[in-house]
Write a new protein. Sequence first.
Length: 134
Amino acid sequence: ASPIFQSDDQYGLCYVIERFHITNALRYAEGIADAYIDVDLELERLGCRLALISVNDMMISGRLSEARRQKDERWRETYLHIERRYGDVGDYYIGIQEEYKKLVEASKLEHIVIDATDGDWPRCVRQILEFWHI
């Protein structure tokens, strides 16, 4: 059973598009928000909102170290590839998180950045539902 939703909850229809145009702008347009302005404006017209989950920079390196021990060989190969190409993997992911924040700020969509450093996922879900007026 979910600690957030009850079986009798009656929420309206809601779509979640995870890492949509913001990720594409970061990955394929070198972080240039204008490359996806048409998508951003259309999503705004449709009343979409944007929620970004972030964590404290100090936590990123620790999570990466833990993940490196727990993940499969393919993930470890990715880790080593990033390390060879960019240097410190923690700094790389901190930079990615900062780029996401900049793109979210540049978006026309109503947005929220939620700090999930404490790992309180039920709180994060409640904040998102409140923000989306669900």
